[in-house]
Write a protein that binds this ligand. Structure first.
Ligand code: PRX
Length: 662
């Protein structure tokens, strides 16, 4: 019987809860699970590991070994992510759609890859990798768009135990080069280009220069847009020329649960991106559990996540999560506003998607520019809506809930990070409650807390994770154990993971736990349109411009993107501010990091507020931009510079700044 239009939630005491129908349908609906899981957390994970994934050998040496701050899970047992995503479904689901791919151009047909297709293509691709010398434990960098070959290539790496390191296509060739260098990657997989907003965007031709610098041994190119890129003989190969001449079968490698599954570079507090290491076994168990429970993912569901594969959400929920369960995932190549702002609603309607997962920044754009457009589409197939990447403001939440979900569907506001591998905190569909702007409670049996500076529990403070952890947490920072310790395990000692976020304990409760609201980053990271960027990385990029003496980057509030990078730039003596110079700075950022980091505002200033030891006090810069109280200005050794800064940004906040009147 069709479930279209079912009322999945109800309102009680001003808050939304699952309806009886949802409770009946959901895999988990008894809040007792939170307490039960905590009683024996290791056993909880061991049972999930056996229940949710297939192992070649499940005789692990131990469930978890904890040598703070390093931990290992299920070591000694063997499995393979490609096997779990494909082979184990092949007997029953050969003809079932695994990936439904929607190209951006409207005159192109959508493509469906069945489990049978995936099985065939992934084996071929795996043999192509082997033929080109890729072995277990080698890093392979991707600069790939949202096309089916990207999924095939990722699964092929998993099949032979190579580590993919996927770089988002809106990062620059220079950013790809740095990540290839750090990972020691000898191979790049890319495409000639792809379609975005109606135009073919080049990839291969733009990366040729960077490839020379990293001494890449080989480059596989997928022909997507017939752009006829320049190819270097012996190094560059079109996939189509290789894949039919290799052996057509390739068994999945038996990998240890603690082998590395993949690397994913993310921004940290220094200028250098960090290669986050994820394991084969633990990551898979957590991806499988969160997919099933958070999205209440059933066999006949059609899951649509708009997250690009270049981010962790793309890895865990656009690709692996749905396939681990033998489900169907929808991939869209292009932009939500092409050819108009109805594209996503059309894709949901056309494919009868049951879950829709996206980021608040995109929703804010859709509210602003097309708030009634969902009304033109039948979105009654939807059962669960998801939000990720940044806090969702209550207004956008209400719009998403009413216009997209028709007031019928819960919104799971999922809080997690590249480092956690999968969702670790949200309200679950069968239990709720769903409160606008409030993320929820930790997934059982994970233990989140909010701590003050003295490590005491508080109502507003740092978001941390204490034991028990999840097996899907990062296994380290590639080649930098010190960075791993310093960034996550130093603020509160080596047994408490510091997320970098600030959170608030709310009055809402489920299963004996209070729901948490996530406020945002406490450190120098930006979330621009849901994309995580490091201020240090941007500052290094700006410093490549000769005329720049010093620069400080902070986030400036933006009504669609959440925040945009604002640059406070001091010039060297003799250099004059000009539009030309602004242009050079924008170009440098786009070249070094990519268009994703394009500055929203550039202020040329004569001085920056600094501590006695010469550290820029960003807090002042942020407060000036947000028209907030600055606090004690004497913490700067040069408070007189604040007058000029206030003038430049047009400060209209409450604090009196000597010499400045707004
Ligand atoms: O600040 C938090 C924010 O995104 C950061 C993690 O970014 P990244 O590693 O790129 O992963 C994004 C996708 C998981 C977090 O430290 N964040 C993520 N989800 C939420 C969020 N902030 C508030 N609410 C969320 N639901």
């Amino acid at each position: 019987m069709s479930e279209k239009g079912t009322q999945w939630i109800e309102k009680k005491d001003g808050v939304y809860w699952p309806s009886e129908k949802m409770k009946e349908k959901a895999f988990v609906s008894d809040p007792g699970i939170y307490r039960e899981a905590k009683e024996n957390p290791k056993e909880f994970w061991a049972e999930r590991a056996k229940e949710l994934i297939d192992w070649f050998d499940d005789d692990w040496n131990y469930i978890q070994k904890w040598n703070p701050p390093f931990f290992r899970w299920f070591e000694g047992a063997t499995t393979n992510l490609s096997y779990n995503c494909i082979d184990r479904h092949i007997d029953d689901k050969k003809d079932k759609p695994a990936i439904i791919w929607e190209p951006e151009p409207l005159d192109e047909e959508k493509k469906v890859l069945t489990y049978g297709d995936l099985h065939r293509e992934v084996q071929k691709f795996a043999n192509v990798l082997k033929e080109l010398g890729v072995e277990k434990g080698d890093a392979v960098t991707f600069w790939m768009p949202m096309i089916p070959e990207t999924a095939v290539a990722a699964l092929a790496c998993q099949r032979i135990g190579a580590w993919h390191s996927i770089v988002y296509t809106a990062f620059s060739p220079e950013a790809v080069r740095k990540r290839m260098d750090d990972a020691g990657s000898k191979m790049l997989i890319t495409a000639d280009g792809f379609y975005r907003r109606g135009k073919a965007v080049e990839l291969k031709d733009r990366i040729n220069g960077a490839l020379e610098k990293v001494d890449a041994e080989s480059c596989i190119v997928v022909n997507r847009a017939d752009l006829e890129p320049e190819m270097v003989d012996g190094r560059d190969h079109f996939l189509s020329n290789l894949k039919d001449s290799v052996d057509q079968s390739c068994e999945a490698e038996e990998l240890d649960a603690e082998d590395i599954g993949f690397l994913l570079y993310t921004s940290g507090t220094t200028g250098k991106p960090k290669g986050i290491k994820h394991s084969v076994g633990g990551y898979m168990v957590q991806a499988a559990l969160s997919m099933k429970w958070v999205f209440d993912f059933h066999d006949d569901d059609i899951f649509y996540s708009t997250a690009d594969i270049g981010w962790i959400t793309g890895h865990t929920y656009t690709l692996y999560g749905p396939l681990i369960h033998g489900g169907t995932t929808v991939w869209y190549e292009g932009s939500p506003d092409y050819p108009n702002l109805e594209r996503w609603w059309e894709i949901i309607e056309e494919n009868e998607a049951t879950q829709f997962y996206t980021a608040p920044t995109a929703l804010r754009m859709l509210v602003k520019m097309g708030k009634d457009l969902p009304d033109k589409h039948d979105l009654s197939s939807l059962r669960i809506l998801g939000s990720v990447g940044e806090p969702i403001d209550p207004e956008t939440w209400e719009w998403y809930f009413n216009k997209v979900g028709g007031g019928r569907c819960p919104i799971v506001d999922t809080y997690w990070q590249t480092e956690t591998g999968g969702i670790l905190l949200t309200s679950l569909p069968g239990m709720g409650p769903f409160v606008p702007g409030v993320a929820g409670v930790p997934l059982p049996p994970v233990n989140y807390d909010i701590l003050d500076e003295r490590a005491e529990p508080t109502d507003k403070g740092a978001v941390v994770i204490k034991e028990p952890f999840s097996p899907g947490m990062l296994r380290g920072v590639y080649k930098s154990p010190d960075k791993y310790k310093e960034e996550y395990w130093s603020r509160y000692g080596d047994k408490i993971y510091f997320s970098g976020d600030e959170g608030i304990v709310t009055e809402y409760e489920v299963g004996g736990q209070k729901l948490l609201k996530i406020v945002g980053r406490m450190d120098d990271l930006l979330e621009v349109a849901g994309h995580r960027l490091g201020t240090a990385e941007l500052e290094d990029a700006v410093q490549t411009v000769d005329e720049v003496a010093e620069v400080a980057v902070v986030g400036k509030p933006h009504d669609v993107k959440g925040e945009v990078p604002a640059l406070f730039v001091m010039l060297i003596e003799g250099a004059e501010p000009s539009d030309g110079l602004k242009d050079s700075i924008v170009k440098a950022v786009r070249r070094e990091v990519g268009p994703v980091a394009t500055p929203g505002e550039i202020y040329f200033v004569n001085d920056l507020p600094e501590t006695e030891s010469g550290k820029v006090i960003r807090r002042f810069l942020r407060s000036l931009l947000e028209d907030e109280e600055l606090g004690d200005m004497r913490t700067a050794k040069n408070p007189e510079c604040l007058k000029e800064l206030a003038e430049k940004v047009g400060y209209s906040g409450p604090q009196e700044i000597p010499g400045y009147s707004s």
